[in-house]
Write a protein that binds this ligand. Structure first.
Ligand SMILES: [Zn+2]
Length: 475
């Protein structure tokens, strides 16, 4: 498989697309200046403002307007007594790392258990444990990795990430050194900094991608901004010099996302309906608690048997579902309603196709067997917010429901409002301004309406009005 990574860096937005064999496979976005700031992972020198034993929490000033929230289980302390008031004192200064962004009125959540992710390792300087990701199954490989990491001098704990499987001993050693040096720097800064100071900033999106995705499979990492390119190249030179050549500056005249056909694919990213090659289609409905995907046959094609056609459509759908979940970064519970298949053999085939198609996905995925009604439940690890929630907000016209009042309902609502305004009196003209769809419907029924409201009506259509909006004026 040929993997290409392309980055479009704009003043207030960075977009990264991962292409596999020329097809869009993953899409990431970062808008730091617009509040879509990635604070998770940042480390600050904090100061305890308040200890609240009643809720086992403390509030920490990290230099933001709103104090951060530190829960008792995230406190690191030598104290045997695990009551928060025994471990922390008001005014005390300490190092904290952002664990969760602020959401709504809630401040951000911080932890004292610092972790510094590298390419192959996660350094946890405060703990002592050395662990190996459970996704690395081969016992000999687990032992080899553990031995290398334990053999290299560092204080604290280390977690070996799945990505380390098969990694070179020298690479791992140099990463331990790099992380240990990074930690030293952070500690030094802490000594002299005032509370509320940022001690360490989590890497920006392009750097994270360079760290996590630039490997043997990735043939090229193209960046269209000169400065960003230089910085990322410098970073890769230090972290994984053997891949430094793959980081390149894109200088083409055509915008990079257009040149690689990504813009075309992104145009459909919020659409619910996706057509399948042989006539069927899927509908993706993302809700807060789960994502429902419906598979539908198009017209009946050819003279193959029904069961065969259905299975073929389901197989195409399985591929498309896996692809869309990854591009749209849909996490949590997903329920797929495949078209009913009678034969057990075909049902198994479809679930297997789904499993195969999700193989390149970096997120952890679990697929349950198909139910008697043809439903497949699966879960996909939620690492970041889904693309839909990053890019959109609830529709103002339909309050996010996806539905507005029907033309008939609008017609009756307006009629009722006029009757209430005029109290059945017969004199006076009425002017009404309406949006196009509802306006056309009313115009066709103008005579009827005038009879009911007992007065003439002047109607104006205003295309700028939202669907459910209108103005009524009585002369
Ligand atoms: Zn809407």
């Amino acid at each position: 498989m040929k993997r290409e990574i392309i980055a479009n860096v704009l003043p207030e937005e960075t977009r990264i697309a991962v292409l596999e064999d020329g097809q869009l496979a993953e899409f990431m976005i970062e808008r730091p200046a617009l509040g879509m700031a990635k604070l998770v992972g940042n480390i600050y020198k904090g100061k305890i403002e308040n200890v609240l034993p009643g809720i086992s929490s403390a509030f920490v000033n990290t230099g933001f307007e709103k104090n951060a929230y530190l829960y008792v289980t995230d406190v690191v302390s030598p104290s045997k007594d695990r009551h928060i008031e025994k471990m922390l004192k008001r005014g005390e200064e300490m190092m904290v790392q952002v664990a969760k962004e602020a959401i709504g009125t809630k401040g951000m959540k911080v932890t004292m258990d610092i972790s510094l992710p590298g390419r192959y390792l996660i350094y946890m300087p405060i703990s002592e444990h050395v662990g190996v990701s459970k996704h690395i199954e081969d016992p000999a490989e687990r032992e080899r990795l553990r031995r290398i990491v334990e053999g290299e001098k560092h204080t604290g704990g280390m977690i070996v990430r799945t990505e380390a499987e098969g990694a070179d001993e020298e690479e791992l050693k140099s990463e331990v050194k790099y992380l240990a040096k990074l930690w030293e720097g952070i500690q030094r800064k802490f000594e002299t900094a005032q509370s509320g100071t940022l001690l360490h900033r989590e890497l920006g999106l392009t750097f994270q991608v360079a760290r996590d995705l630039l490997n043997d499979d990735a043939h090229i990492f193209l960046i269209d901004d000169r400065d960003e390119f230089k910085d990322v190249k410098g970073f890769v030179d230090m972290l994984a010099p053997e891949f430094a050549d793959r980081v390149q500056h894109y200088t083409g005249k055509t915008p990079i996302f257009q040149a690689f056909g990504v813009d075309r694919e992104l145009a459909h990213i919020r659409q619910q309906r996706i057509d399948l090659p042989s006539g069927g289609y899927i509908i993706i409905q993302e809700a807060e608690s789960l994502c429902a995907i419906d598979v539908n046959t198009g017209k009946f094609i050819g003279h193959k048997s029904q069961e065969e056609t259905v299975t073929a459509t389901n197989l195409e759908a399985a591929d498309e579902v896996a692809k869309q979940l990854r591009i749209r970064n849909i996490g949590g519970i997903i329920v797929i309603d495949f078209i009913d298949m009678r034969r057990k053999r075909n049902q198994i085939k479809v679930v297997e196709a789904l499993e195969n198609a999700t193989r390149n996905d970096r997120a952890k995925i679990k697929i349950l067997p198909i139910t008697r009604l043809g439903l497949v439940e699966m879960t996909r690890e939620r690492r970041r917010e889904s693309l839909l929630s990053l890019l959109s907000e609830p529709c103002q016209e339909c309050a996010g429901s996806g539905n507005v009042l029907s033309r008939e309902s609008m017609y009756l609502k307006i009629q009722k409002e006029i009757l209430e305004m005029t109290q059945g009196r017969a004199e006076g003209r009425l002017k009404i301004t309406l949006p196009p769809g509802v306006g056309d419907f009313l115009r066709e029924r103008q005579d009827r309406l005038e009879k009911i409201i007992k007065r003439p009506l002047t109607m104006t259509i205003d295309p700028t009005l939202p669907w459910e909006d209108y103005r009524i004026v009585i002369d």
